[in-house]
Design a protein around this ligand. Structure first.
Ligand SMILES: C[S@@+](CC[C@H](N)C(=O)[O-])C[C@H]1O[C@@H](n2cnc3c(N)ncnc32)[C@H](O)[C@@H]1O
Length: 206
């Protein structure tokens, strides 16, 4: 069977599954699959979702954390509000130097996890898209380091390329364990990968 055909069928599968299960994006399954394996988000956790529109990851994480948890979604674009009082969304730019302070003002306490699926509009020029993605991932890391509780977890989208290794090394300096993962729901053809960092080492946040 041609590989392109299999890939196409897989993409269609997640697209249809998201529609049938009322998820706002097929991306939802990426965070669900990685969390099922590594359990980096748990019941009653406080989670910050950077680049959260249209809200698929928020839908998945709110089910994991439950009503005694809290989920805050941040995006440049408005996100259709959620009825649950433990889910909030704000308009915001994760590259804004004041964003960490703004985020903390909405949270009941320091988050257990910061996740970022933030992505730029692709230019189609691979080197440019890779560099912009790594820059957004670095800015997401800056935010995570300012707000996460000690021992907290970080999950972020990357595009593979020559700048990735340096970023991975930087993250390793801050967390106990770092893994690069490619969930089944991520398009096989794309250079999209995710970095999962477990256990923020420092405790100067606490
Ligand atoms: C792939 S989508 C996220 C999909 C989301 N995880 C879901 O499941 O619905 C990427 C998002 O990143 C957002 N984004 C890009 N740059 C951003 C920035 N500087 N600050 C906040 N959000 C940003 C975009 O507006 C877009 O909504």
């Amino acid at each position: 069977m041609p590989k392109a055909w299999i890939r196409e069928r897989k993409n269609e599968f997640y697209y249809k599954k998201a529609k049938a299960e009322n998820y706002r994006s097929r991306s939802t399954y990426k965070i669900v699959q990685v969390n099922n394996k590594y359990g980096f988000i748990n019941l009653h956790d406080v989670v910050v979702d950077l680049g959260a529109a249209p809200g698929g990851w928020i839908q998945a994480t709110r089910k994991i954390v439950g009503r005694r948890g809290f989920v805050l979604g941040v995006d440049l674009k408005p996100i259709e509000p959620f009825p649950q009082e433990y889910v909030r969304t704000i308009l915001g730019d994760l590259t804004d130097p004041t964003i960490a302070e703004q985020i903390l003002s909405f949270l009941p306490r320091k988050p257990d996890a910061v996740v970022s699926d933030a992505a730029p509009n692709v230019t189609g020029v691979w080197e440019v898209d890779h560099a912009i993605q790594i820059d957004l991932a670095s800015k997401s890391l800056d935010v995570a380091l300012q707000i996460l509780r000690s021992g907290g977890n970080f999950f972020v989208k990357l595009f593979q390329g020559d700048l990735m290794e340096e970023f991975v090394q930087t993250v390793k300096g801050h967390f106990d364990e770092v893994k690069i993962v490619k969930p089944d729901a991520s398009r096989a053809k794309s250079s999209e990968m995710y970095l999962l960092a477990l256990g923020l080492k420092t405790n100067f946040n606490d």
